[in-house]
Design a protein around this ligand. Structure first.
Ligand code: NDP
Ligand code: OXD
Length: 319
């Protein structure tokens, strides 16, 4: 029986988490963890598989014989932009752990805005006992741009909390109890959205999509008048200068941002200190590394047993 191909692991994650997850992972195979200096300059030719997150640009020239590339996360923009991406399947990470984390983040942000968390924090700092008028979730329509794996789960969980939810995607998605729109229905969708949630992949079509023109079309009929923008898709989809000016002139009431045009966000950014802005450092749904390796093992087993791979990216569409 031929020896099993090694697996290259090249993940810019928390190193201790990768090391812990590697214990017992990929039984019977050598694992080449590129974070380990022992592999510096090693010849990676003849290796079939690589699991990557934000690899160096020379990865594919060092590993020219890959048969499958696995993204360490749900998004693949970091792989599609690497030079020399081979013409082999690119498999992204789809898993309950990641989906659940994202929905937790989205529901949390919607609730923090609904329940005026920042305003109560400010009151508490002043030791001021005062109630603010209290809209309920049913008074708010949350519009989700990107009704894929993550958007659909967030939609269902927001619905459980009582929010009205509408969804928008390139092609119309049928999701029980949720009104959905396709690309042509964008303006109607925006006009209905009091809170807007971005869960889009970064592609040429979605680059800069969250801009002043789009924000101006959002509903102003919600309980806070101006709309709220919440983005955990990719920072390249948002025009940050527009977000700032829309917050300044009241086109937007508040925002929650997990992703940024440039990461890490500069310490100089105004976003850090604005009272109506929540910032998290691209952690809305970090990959559970153990679950990632289980998913990669499953897909390798399918491949080696002649079964079709799952979660294969459409490289032309870019997601
Ligand atoms: P999916 O591929 O399952 O869904 C993508 C959705 O976006 C689909 O509904 C798709 O439409 C829609 N879409 C893509 N391009 C367009 C377009 N041009 N116009 C309208 N709709 C479009 O991806 P996931 O739900 O798994 O993940 C979404 C993104 O979330 C990832 O690509 C990644 O960037 C981001 N992410 C961020 C994380 C974080 O921690 N901040 C963690 C994980 C992911 P259609 O249904 O028609 O195909
Ligand atoms: C992902 C991410 O794409 O964490 O999974 O951003």
């Amino acid at each position: 029986m031929p020896a099993k191909s090694p697996v290259i692991v090249d993940l810019k994650f928390i190193p201790e988490e990768v090391d812990a997850a590697l214990e017992g992972a990929f039984p019977g195979r050598e694992v080449i963890n590129l974070a380990d200096p022992v592999h510096e300059g090693r010849d990676l030719s003849g290796i079939d598989y690589a699991v990557v997150w934000k690899s160096a640009p020379d990865l594919f020239s060092r590993a020219p014989d890959l048969k499958i590339v696995f993204s360490g996360g749900a998004g693949v923009d970091h792989v599609l932009t690497l030079p020399g991406l081979p013409d082999v399947p690119l498999v992204r990470f789809v898993d309950r752990t990641l989906t659940t984390r994202m929905s937790e983040w989205v529901v949390m942000q919607c609730l923090m805005h609904l329940r005026q968390h920042r305003a109560y924090e400010a009151l508490a700092r002043r030791r001021e006992w005062r109630d603010l008028s209290q809209p309920e979730a049913a008074d708010v329509t949350v519009g989700i741009m990107g009704m894929g794996v993550l958007g659909q789960d967030a939609a269902r969980k927001l619905t459980v909390m009582g929010f009205k939810v509408v969804g928008w995607s390139r092609t119309k998605r049928v999701v029980e109890d949720i009104e959905t729109y396709d690309a042509a229905g964008l303006d109607t969708f925006l006009d209905r959205s009091d809170f807007l949630v971005g869960l889009l992949p970064l592609t040429p079509e979605t680059t800069g999509i969250f801009n002043r023109g789009l924000f101006a079309k959002l509903s102003r009929k919600g309980p806070f008048g101006a709309p709220v923008f919440i983005n955990a898709g990719r920072g390249g989809s948002q025009v940050e200068a527009d977000i700032l000016s829309c917050l300044d002139d009241g086109t937007l009431a508040a925002v929650s941002l997990d992703v940024f045009e440039r990461e890490p966000l500069s310490p100089e950014s105004r976003f850090w200190t604005m009272p109506n802005v929540y910032v998290t450092p691209h952690v809305a749904a970090s990959s559970d590394v153990k679950a990632l390796f289980v998913h990669v093992e499953e897909q390798i087993a399918r491949f080696e047993n002649g079964l079709p791979l799952q979660h294969v990216v459409d490289k032309v569409a870019g997601y």
